[in-house]
Design a protein around this ligand. Structure first.
Ligand SMILES: C[S@@+](CC[C@H](N)C(=O)[O-])C[C@H]1O[C@@H](n2cnc3c(N)ncnc32)[C@H](O)[C@@H]1O
Length: 288
């Protein structure tokens, strides 16, 4: 099922906007269990993550690590990752960022959004996004014609079209991937920042979130960080409590780390349950 985003610009606020001011798009994609999820891009709030705070925590926490893996696992059109990179460059400096952090591999389940924005280096920025980049806006982006913006989304009336400048663009690689699949292939050595933000409240059930937390618990090293979104937090009342049950503690706004190994033991039966459920769902799908 594809949802048609047939209008090019919007002027009225759209309810349930969840991530960017820059574009609005509805679609649906199949996850690794074969389940379809409504995917939605956009929001009016960009302040659910303090990007400078994240970069500062990373600098301190990963001091002894040669490499730091920043993994936006539902990175959408790239805006979130460009904001992260802006703060990383500010806090780590250019040469250290290049040596230890870039390229950031940004993944998302939606092939249309990855192919049409991230891979092409095209972005629509609303006023809030532009403010976030401040004086670096013209360092990283150049204005381009509005006609360059892909026809697969609608844009706020005041949005402007930008292209990433080549030196900034080379800091990112974009891939189509379900976050569950990416987690499964992630080998975390304690130097990871995993971001899954602002999609869980859109179409994920509590059981599906349990699978996710089990997988995180399974693969994440205690030193690494997991970052959630403000929209998910506001709309899933037990999100933070559930994370605590899996041994996560908040070390910055919406930034979590694993607490201790005691909880890992506690989560073992849940991991078994998750594997049982994923096999079960696959078997049912194969029969359909
Ligand atoms: C509202 S955007 C959030 C973008 C960004 N993380 C942020 O908070 O600024 C939601 C994105 O999650 C993606 N998404 C939903 N389910 C996913 C999954 N299972 N794996 C990867 N991406 C997913 C959607 O395609 C969409 O691009």
């Amino acid at each position: 099922m594809r949802i048609d985003n047939n209008i090019r610009y919007y002027t009225q606020p759209i309810s349930n906007r969840t991530s960017f001011t820059s574009l609005f798009r509805l679609s649906s994609c199949q996850d690794s269990f074969g389940v379809y999820h409504i995917t939605q891009n956009s929001t009016e709030c960009r302040d659910d993550l303090n990007y400078d705070e994240l970069a500062k925590i990373a600098k301190k926490r990963f001091e002894k690590y040669e490499k730091i893996n920043i993994m936006p696992m539902n990175g959408s059109d790239g805006t979130e990752s460009y904001c992260i990179a802006n703060s990383i460059l500010k806090i780590f400096g250019e040469s250290e960022s290049k040596k230890r952090i870039f390229p950031i591999v940004v993944s998302d389940i939606d092939p249309d959004i990855i192919e049409n924005y991230g891979k092409k280096g095209i972005i629509a920025l609303g006023e809030k996004d532009e403010n976030l980049f401040g004086k670096n806006l013209s360092k990283y982006f150049e204005s381009t014609n509005m006609s360059e913006l892909p026809d697969i989304a609608i844009y706020p009336k005041n949005a402007k079209a930008y292209k990433l400048k080549p030196e900034f663009k080379e800091n990112f690689k974009f891939e189509v991937m379900d976050f569950m699949n990416r987690l499964k292939t992630t080998k975390d050595e304690g130097n990871s920042i995993i971001l899954i933000r602002n999609c869980l409240a859109q179409s994920y059930t509590r059981l599906e979130r349990t699978f996710l937390f089990c997988e995180l618990d399974n693969i994440m090293h205690n030193n690494s960080l997991f970052v959630i979104g403000g929209y998910d937090r506001a709309n899933i009342p037990n999100l933070v409590n559930d994370l605590k049950t899996y041994g996560f503690k908040e070390v910055g706004k919406n930034i979590f780390s694993k607490n201790s190994n005691i909880y890992n033991k506690f989560a073992e039966p849940m991991i078994k349950q998750k594997n049982f459920f994923s096999d079960f769902i696959r078997k049912i799908k194969n029969k359909l």
